[in-house]
Design a protein around this ligand. Structure first.
Ligand code: SF4
Length: 97
């Protein structure tokens, strides 16, 4: 019989992730997925002050996330970027790379 606990505590350091710096970590997630008029602008405003806006937008485009505001881009804006031939680099409000 093992003396080790069945589920050891997670004490290993994990790699840094851009999500750790997300400005929306302290924001109600509903703001980013709301259909209420005016909320999209408020979500985009949070993104505009986010230090990882580029990483977030690039990730959302690469993952083809269909809903919500990510990287300062609305779902419609991401759809348009894809329609224009997005090939893996961020565009729009994130600045051309
Ligand atoms: S860019 Fe916007 S959605 Fe993405 S992590 Fe930052 S605040 Fe959150």
């Amino acid at each position: 019989m093992s003396l080790l606990p069945q589920h050891a505590p997670d004490t290993l350091a994990r790699a840094a992730d851009w999500r750790d710096q997300a400005a929306c970590r302290e924001t109600d997630p509903e703001l980013f997925f709301s259909d209420v008029p005016g909320t999209v602008g408020r979500a985009v405003a949070v993104c505009d002050g986010c230090p990882v806006i580029q990483q977030c937008g690039t990730w959302a485009l690469a993952q083809h996330i269909k809903e919500g505001v990510w990287g300062g881009l609305t779902a419609d804006e991401r759809r348009l970027i894809h329609r224009r031939g997005y090939k893996g680099r961020s565009r729009g409000k994130q600045g051309a790379a």
